[in-house]
Design a protein around this ligand. Structure first.
Ligand SMILES: [Zn+2]
Ligand SMILES: [Zn+2]
Ligand SMILES: [Zn+2]
Length: 334
């Protein structure tokens, strides 16, 4: 039997059906790769140049209202448009294309330009959870919207164009690739995959990072990104709209504690892409779905050294050096 603290091995991701290569012995190798510039200096509470701050103009001349809590608007450069006809083109089974109707929105978490999930007041972040529930219901109720993807890109390293605390919601007609793969995995088992997985993780605690009454945060056994985490609902819920009052506050709490832990890890505002996976909104009950969130942060060993998915990872399989167990241990220590 190999020693998974030392020996190269691969781990299976039951949600996606893919394998990740783990090479723990390589954590000793010298690094001469790219060094990212250190984080930008602190931001002001209001930035007259920011298109998300209250009262400021956006592209196309629309002006934001003087909002004092959350603020939701349709994306000015939306990747999806509601009036797109869902027609299909196909030639010889090789050239296949479909029209994809959808709606893209932006949710500002706060009027204050310089806040993040980690340092917002908990009641204000709880209000953001309420907005996610409202938007999931509003967008999901439309007949041409069958999936609602809520996600946050934070930090220039992840392509976030603006530091103002906000997320995006892209909702569309068909199930995107990632939730489609997860749905196949959920449907392939008689018991819930993530209820079973959460029970395993709670029993070992080896990869646990955070926990409260309603949620568990782990570095998944099959994580690809060095400090990737998954936020698992302890109860079997299919989507954010099944969280009762206490559960919504617990979600705000666990997101806050997780992002604060990330920020402490390298002493910088930690960049990441985060998003929820939940049941499709096609009208079926989808009891197979287990509500959860993924955090995908790119940083590897300091504020300035990031992981790239290149070379073997583009052409072969994803690969990591530090084990998920070691990453969870480091996150627990800060
Ligand atoms: Zn702003
Ligand atoms: Zn479950
Ligand atoms: Zn997922």
């Amino acid at each position: 039997m190999f020693d998974w603290k030392q020996d190269p091995h691969r781990r299976f991701n039951p949600l996606t059906g893919e394998w990740v290569l783990v090479s723990p012995h390589r954590t000793q190798r010298p690094w001469q790769g790219q060094v990212e510039p250190a984080a930008a200096p602190p931001q002001p509470a209001y930035d007259p140049e920011c298109y998300l701050c209250p009262g400021n103009p956006r592209a196309g001349g629309v002006r934001n209202p003087p909002y004092d809590s959350t603020f939701v608007f349709d994306n000015d450069f939306a990747a999806l448009k509601p009036a797109t006809p869902p027609d299909r083109f196909q030639r010889d089974g090789l050239l296949i294309a479909e029209g994809e109707p959808g709606i893209c929105r932006v949710v500002c978490f706060s009027p204050r330009h310089n806040l993040t999930i980690a340092n917002m007041d908990l009641p204000d972040l709880r209000r953001v959870v309420d907005v996610w529930v409202e938007q999931f219901a509003d967008l999901g109720a439309r007949p041409f919207i069958n999936y609602v993807q809520i996600f946050e890109n934070r930090g220039a390293m992840m392509g976030a164009s603006n530091p103002h605390p906000h997320c995006q919601i892209w909702s569309n007609h068909t199930l995107p690739n990632e939730p489609a793969r997860e749905q196949r995995a959920f449907l392939s088992r008689s018991a819930c995959l993530l209820c079973d997985y959460a029970a395993l993780e709670r029993a070992s605690a080896e990869r646990t990072v955070e926990e409260n009454d309603a949620f568990l945060v782990v570095v998944p056994f099959w994580a690809v990104w060095p400090f990737e985490t998954m936020v698992l609902s302890k109860r079997h819920l299919t989507a954010v709209d099944q969280l009762a009052d206490a559960g919504r506050t617990a979600l705000a709490d666990i997101l806050q504690r997780t992002t604060a832990r990330y920020d402490r890890l390298f002493g910088v505002p930690f960049p990441y892409s985060m998003g929820f996976h939940q049941r499709p909104t096609d009208g079926a009950p989808h009891d197979e779905w287990h509500f959860h969130a993924h955090f995908y942060p790119p940083l590897l060993r300091s504020a300035t050294v990031r992981k790239f998915l290149v070379g073997y990872e583009m052409l072969g399989s994803p690969q990591r050096d530090i084990t998920p167990e070691a990453a969870a241990h480091r996150l627990r220590q800060v």
